[in-house]
Design a protein around this ligand. Sequence first.
Ligand code: EPU
Length: 339
Amino acid sequence: MLQIQENVSLKPYNTFGIDTKARHFVEINHEQDLVELFADKQWHTVERLVMGGGSNMLLVNDFDGLVIRLNIHGITHYAQGDTIYVEAGAGEVWNDLVNFCVDNGFAGMENLTLIPGSVGASPIQNIGAYGVELKDVFESCWAFEIATGQFKTFLKDDCQFGYRESVFKSALKGQYIIVSVTFRLSVQSQLNLSYGAIEQELANRGIIQPTIKDVSQVVAAIRVSKLPDPSTIGNSGSFFKNPVIPQVQFEAIYKQYPNIAHYLAGQGYVKLAAGWLIEQCGWKGKTIGHTGTWKNQALVLVNHGGASGQEVYNLSSQIIDSVYTKFGVMLEREVNIIQ
Ligand code: EPU
């Protein structure tokens, strides 16, 4: 029997550590719980918020609807030649899955070590780090359609993956709940060491022929050195996306700021490092009230303790304004803002 609780504090469920309340709150332990929940029509019309690890959201106000916390567990796998298919429940902690794969010698997601959050959330924003994105290892996902009560498989092409984007954030937003994800990995590793910091750190350790375990450990070390640990300092990773701008606009900025951090984004576009833009505006490591930006990575906003969601949101607006004033580039929030 499902237990729907009232007026539940969401503080333990979001990595920003923001203390807001949910009017209604339910934990989903099995996919059949979703069928049972939505058999009651009242939940079709209230506002809903699906939470996995709560690591990519900023809760600005109390949530006057139903929070659905996914707690579906289980990891299974099978081999087909060198290919390994790994299926994981939406409620699995992402990094536990990475460790499971790395420990078993299943290659492909080692660069995604230590990304906070849950498996179910990973396709929604096509998580990525150090030259690899979820879409590179995604095979399919199994999702519940709220309106019909049916389950459906989404293959990679159905998901319309882009940079921190998918169909679940756009055309199908709020319509499906991801229940499990299947990944396509391999026993043959094809390491992606394109990201300079990885090569550098491997060299520092004297590792010449790295294994996936070495890469995973190096990625973990780089992340720990740059990013705050949400268990001690509330945060949601990168707060903004790295903006992609037309080449012409880039050239004008480049003339003025020749050391601007940037990457080619194909087809006449350039991607800028938002962290660099924010740092140039003087925000890096600044504390404002209970919030601020992280001392080693200006793209990450933090809760120094007791910050309200509104306070963090206001800081993000100030940052957007100042980056726009200085560079004429409009930053877009990557974190989901729950008003
Ligand atoms: N930079 C600065 N100042 C800063 C931060 C960065 O000058 O305060 C410069 C760095 O020197 C570097 C460039 O900006 O030249 C890029 O920085 P970094 O390598 O830290 O990566 P990022 O582009 O800021 C992205 C992802 C991260 C991911 C890293 C590594 C986005 C929005 N963020 O950050 O993902 O871990 O690359 O691949 O794409 C996340 O999405 O939550 C996240 C942490």
